[in-house]
Structure formats: C-alpha cells, structure tokens
Write a protein of this length. Structure first.
Length: 228
C-alpha cells in the first residue's frame, strides 16, 4: 500500500449532515444519550464555519446540556451528555477513572489472522502534524485496546472487528490499528490510499456505552446499530 503524501487531512471540508438533526436514545433529569453521526463535530471548532456540532444541536432542545466526553468528527455512535452539574461531575469521574465500558465496530484493511488480541502501545501527539497522534515508547502515555474478529470479508481484503478500548487516548483506535498493519477504512488521517478509498466515511462506530447512572448508580448500557 502506498501512503499518500502531503496534507494528512486530504482536503477536508466541514459539511456536517443535516438530517437527522438530532438522534435521541434517552433522556431523564440527569442525562441525555444521543447518537452522533459521522461528519458532525462533538463540540464547536475554533473556526466560525465549525460552529455546528452535537453539543449545539442538543442545547437547542436541552439548554443545560454539557459535554462529558467526545467522539472524533468522523466517528459515529453513542454519546452521553449531562443535564446538571452533579451529573456532569459523576459522569466525568467515571470516564476519568475508566469505569465506563465502550464497544466499537470497525472495518479494517487486510485479513486479520488471529481471532482476538490486545494492542498495548503508548501514544503521544505528533506535534508537527497535529491533530495526528503516534506511537512513542519513551514519551507516550499508556494505551490499550482489546480487539476481536467478527468477520473476514470475501470481496475485499477487509476484516470487521469489535474493539474495546481500555484507555481513552485521542485517536487511540485509529493509531493502534494502523500500528498493527490494519488501518481503518476511510481514515483520512492514517489510512494509505487504497484503504482510504475503500469506504465513503471512516468505518468506526461507537456501538455501545455502559456507565453508572448519576442518580442511584444503576448500570446503564445504551446501543446504536452500526450504520455500515
């Protein structure tokens, strides 16, 4: 595979999907659970043309909503927001202390030979090429990802994986899979040309999120079917 040279973002233009405007899974007095589509920012970007985002759309219906965690612009899937300060603090600590569980689905380039495994590679920002991240054994922060093969496709050299990140580093899943030789399809930052061209969007979806409810502490799991 030949890696594309030049700008890593491959001529990116922010064009967020307009429909559905907001995909709501659940809300109560404390939390708001949404499905973020691929192509929509989680929070506003610095540029004026990057103002449209999931947080802004949510606040049009729930003005008190605050963002607890994020998904990359190109990643779709389940996100939770807080609807009061106590809930925000409670959820924030769960993410910080790694008490949440996340499950992603990804389609990656190549047929992964083993059935399952763990990637344990420290990550750091690739500062000259930010927001890209990279593996760095001397300065990187610990990062672990468990993976399991769901299916190996016949018409393309592609494998569908279930991913369970044990840590929450920026671009963790994308860089970890690149590092083991199986970049995610449609990844404009990291995929070589053929893997990038093999899908119309990043083939990464946050399928489920599990956490303790801020009131009462019951275990909650919310799911959104994979769109690819």
């Amino acid at each position: 595979m030949k890696m594309q040279h030049g700008q890593p973002w491959r001529g990116f233009v922010y064009d967020p999907p307009l429909q559905p405007r907001l995909s709501l899974l659940h809300f109560d007095d404390d939390i708001l659970v949404l499905v973020k589509p691929s192509g929509l920012l989680s929070v506003p970007g610095k540029a004026a043309e990057h103002a449209d985002c999931l947080e802004r759309r949510a606040r049009q219906l729930f003005p008190q909503a605050t963002t607890v965690h994020r998904l990359d612009n190109a990643t779709s899937g389940v996100m939770v927001m807080a609807l009061n300060r106590t809930a925000h603090r409670h959820l924030g600590l769960q993410f910080e202390r790694r008490h949440t569980r996340k499950c992603y689905i990804a389609r990656v380039w190549g047929h992964v030979r083993e059935a399952r495994g763990r990637i344990d590679l420290p990550l750091i920002c690739d500062w000259p090429n930010r927001p890209k991240q990279m593996v760095d054994f001397e300065r990187g922060k610990a990062a672990q990802t468990d993976w399991q093969v769901i299916a190996r496709e016949d018409d393309l050299p592609v494998t569908r994986l279930r991913l369970s990140p044990l840590t929450g580093r920026s671009h963790q899943l994308r860089v970890h899979l690149l590092a083991i030789g199986h970049p995610i399809l449609g990844d404009r930052f990291y995929a070589p040309d053929d893997a990038f061209a093999a899908a119309p969007r990043l083939q990464l979806h946050a399928m489920s999120l599990t956490f303790r409810h801020p009131t009462g502490g019951r275990l909650c799991t919310f799911m959104a079917p994979c769109p690819f």
